[in-house]
Design a protein around this ligand. Sequence first.
Ligand SMILES: *Cc1c(COP(=O)(O)O)cnc(C)c1O
Ligand code: SF4
Length: 343
Amino acid sequence: MTKRAPIIPRSPGTGHAGGWQRELAEGFRDPAALLEWLGLPARLADPVGDRAFPLRVPRAYARRMRRGDPADPLLRQVLPVAEETVPVPGFTTDPLEESSASPVPGLIHKYAGRALIVTTGACAIHCRYCFRRHYPYAEARLTAEHRQGLLDWLAGHDDIEEVILSGGDPLTLSNARLRELASALEALPHVRRLRIHTRLPVVLPARVDPGLLAVAGEGRLPWVMVIHANHPAEIDPEVRDACRRLHAAGVRLLNQSVLLAGVNDAPDILAELSERLFDARVMPYYLHQLDPVAGAAHFLVPDDRARTLHARLQARLPGYLVPRLVRERPGAPAKQALATPGK
Ligand SMILES: *Cc1c(COP(=O)(O)O)cnc(C)c1O
Ligand code: SF4
């Protein structure tokens, strides 16, 4: 006879009491505390760079950083530094001109057949290179009124076949709210796919709880999840297992990375990232050339080097492990490929 686990009453979809939500709340928010925890001097952080877009790092992510290494590629993605406050020509607060691509508050429509919902301004981690670091989230927060407005807009646009939940990070929403949003979208007969852009399976793998897997598997719409990892050290066994659980629940998994100087601008690093993603059941999708957002110029890899790196990746990996090197151009009908050198 098998022993049964005692039945612990809990509301559906909340996962283990206190689980990921507590981890989210307990992340680092003070640069000095993170640096001290890593055995590094607190003066490495710049309090001015931190002010408008403060440090935020889950402990599950900080644990993958190398202690005592000020050049750690994961630390570099999250630590506010003085270079952020230096204005650089061409680097602006709305590099993608998203504010002009929003027909109703909370919705961005740039590409045929796809519409993107800004579900929340909240993220589990604050990435210094983020193109939305200056986004007016307070205005675009998904209030009940905005939610109804964008559902009405979607109902009136039967050319939209795919709805993308983005943010911020849509997986900071509870399973109950995700389920509610997913069912509202399922009620629109022309919608065929639900896509989620999220960094949470990477930075807070505990988020992939049984409740989320249940929501992903229960509806009419197939789910595509585009996760965001930039460096192989971000894919530890916990992240790998979280991705494998999503995959087993029927979620199609893709990854997008941003090409970042001092983080992943070397062919060995990008090749190992693709290998680890594949092992986690995730297919490489995009490698983005940095968007020129104010405060992120020190991450820029010049186009020529980006093309050379990408060509070296193509020369050593099977085609399906090579992400597409792209950049976003305001007004273009799709993300633009950067051509390979010599072509
Ligand atoms: C990137 C993006 C998409 C999705 O583009 P794909 O090439 O389909 O991945 C859709 N809408 C907006 C506004 C985007 O920025
Ligand atoms: S998780 Fe995504 S949206 Fe949030 S700060 Fe990082 S890159 Fe930006």
